[in-house]
Design a protein around this ligand. Structure first.
Ligand SMILES: [Zn+2]
Length: 74
């Protein structure tokens, strides 16, 4: 299974941008294991917004994403 392209940093929430929440599902990473998801790259005007982002470790995020797709939310 391949991941989609990481979102543009401007589309991340503050918590996602700072690494406190999963970049895909927004779950707080204070409560679940996290792993690096890669680097979201982009700029706003002349300001480079590149940032390392994180995702739920295996078992959490994928299931949540599947549920979201089934219910049609996000
Ligand atoms: Zn997640």
């Amino acid at each position: 299974m391949t991941r989609g392209t990481l979102p543009h940093p401007r589309n991340l929430t503050h918590r996602q941008y700072t690494g406190w929440a999963c970049v895909w599902c927004g779950t707080s990473l204070m409560d679940v294991k996290a792993r690096p998801a890669g680097r979201a790259v982009g700029s706003i005007g002349a300001v480079v917004m590149d940032v390392d982002v994180y995702e739920c470790a295996a078992g959490g995020c994928a299931e949540l994403r599947a549920e979201n797709e089934q219910t049609g939310t996000n």
